[in-house]
Write a protein that binds this ligand. Structure first.
Ligand SMILES: NC(=O)c1ccc[n+]([C@@H]2O[C@H](COP(=O)([O-])OP(=O)(O)OC[C@H]3O[C@@H](n4cnc5c(N)ncnc54)[C@H](OP(=O)(O)O)[C@@H]3O)[C@@H](O)[C@H]2O)c1
Length: 368
């Protein structure tokens, strides 16, 4: 059997997030809608989905959509990536015990109707003791050895904690984690992942990073923060929300949506940070065909596709996508700077006190 490629060789630069197909974010997650959204996303070149056992019933909906005869006839399992998470159970409960981790992986396999998972993350590691996370990583590695999982990683918000656990995992198991997922910190509002995190992750031997929540979980858009069946859960304080409203007013005045501009920013920074040895993929949101079409067409202004599939720009830098131009890059830079000015003191404000030095000190638990 051919050796498994390293994750950087196979992870696409654009991934669709599945948290939107959950009760947390949608009052009535809908099977038909999930199938329509995934079908359109795949038609537009998406080949990777990120979800979690915690985003109920996202795994079931995605599993049913992908095993629907139409999707199954068009896309074989080995042609796309399924990424899920273990350990987080509810807004207030996590279970990182070995028995639960094993149970959760087997349940995800069933729910997603697959014989293997491409990536499994320990979900939101800031809510459990570090030693429990390290033990869970050991369990995931056992499941890699028997072919149930291909790659493993950790996800969460505090950058310093993620880096420390990645270093400890490498020392303990003699191999680096394949991937780290960090949310809402490679955005127009907060770019600490690029400034403070990536070099720490590289030092821990990690070569793939997933930057999720490019709109800072709905903060950076014209409509304002989403309010779903969980109520108003978004951790942004009122001053930051006002700054985001002001930024949306500004971008609207020049004929741009804050969501599109923010997505272009996040993808450009991910691309800029990526080389053939180290890559940053962006996990986008979107729960309707309209949003997915809009987000993918925005991404196309920055990223390239070949044979219908998203490609890495392995050279890094600011190479433009299919429809982008140098002029657009310059226009965007002006707008990025305008939004950063409006953000003022809220620029690089973090939802945790200091993600690098006070890892784990999350003030407000994230919902995702
Ligand atoms: N701890 C973790 O591991 C973690 C944390 C955060 C995120 N993630 C992953 O990253 C994925 C993306 O995160 P996210 O949902 O926070 O992403 P996001 O893109 O930052 O925010 C999504 C929010 O923005 C809205 N939206 C998306 N596209 C839009 C557009 N074009 N115009 C206006 N509004 C738009 C969505 O609305 P609708 O509700 O209408 O779709 C939703 O409210 C998640 O699904 C999950 O897979 C993981």
């Amino acid at each position: 059997m051919a050796p498994q490629p390293s994750l950087i060789q196979v992870l696409p630069p654009l991934i669709l997030g599945g948290a939107g197909f959950s009760h947390q974010l949608t009052s009535n997650p809908n099977p038909l809608r999930t199938r329509e959204v995934l079908k359109r996303a795949f038609e537009l070149g998406i080949r990777a989905i990120d979800t979690s056992a915690y985003y109920e019933p996202s795994e079931e909906l995605i599993g049913a959509a992908l095993s629907h005869r139409e999707m199954e006839s068009l896309y074989k399992r080995q042609e796309y990536f399924l990424m899920t998470k273990v350990g987080r159970i509810s807004a207030t409960k996590s279970d990182y015990s070995p028995a639960w981790i094993r149970h959760s992986v087997h349940r995800s396999l069933q729910r997603l109707r697959t014989t293997y998972l491409d990536v499994v993350f320990c979900h939101d590691i800031e809510f459990v003791p570090e030693d429990n996370v390290l033990e869970a990583i050991g369990v995931l590695l056992e499941m890699v050895a028997v072919g149930k999982i291909r790659y493993i990683g950790i996800s969460g918000y505090p950058i310093g904690l993620l880096a420390r656990v990645a270093r400890r995992a490498r020392d303990m198991y003699g191999r680096p984690l394949d991937v780290i997922q960090n949310w809402a910190q490679m955005t127009l509002q907060n770019n600490r992942l690029e400034r403070e995190g990536l070099h720490l992750f590289k030092d821990a031997g990690v070569s793939c990073v997933c930057s999720s929540s490019p709109l800072a979980s709905g903060l950076l858009r014209d409509e304002g923060v989403p309010v779903g069946s969980l109520g108003d859960w978004h951790p942004a304080p009122e001053g930051l929300r006002q700054a985001a409203r002001d930024a949306a007013f500004y971008t609207k005045s020049v004929g741009q949506s804050l969501a599109s501009l923010s997505l272009r920013y996040a993808i450009r920074r991910a691309q800029y940070s990526s080389t053939s040895e180290f890559s940053v993929a962006t996990i986008i949101g979107g729960t309707s065909v309209r949003e997915v079409e809009e987000n993918i067409s925005t991404a196309l202004e920055v990223l390239r596709r070949k044979d219908g599939i998203w490609q890495w720009n392995s050279k890094g830098g600011s190479e433009l996508g299919e429809t982008g131009s140098q002029e657009q890059l310059e226009d965007d830079t002006l707008l990025f700077n305008g939004v950063k000015l409006i953000m003022g003191e809220w620029r690089n404000y973090s939802f945790s006190e200091d993600p690098v030095t006070q890892a784990g000190a999350l003030l407000v638990p994230p919902k995702l």
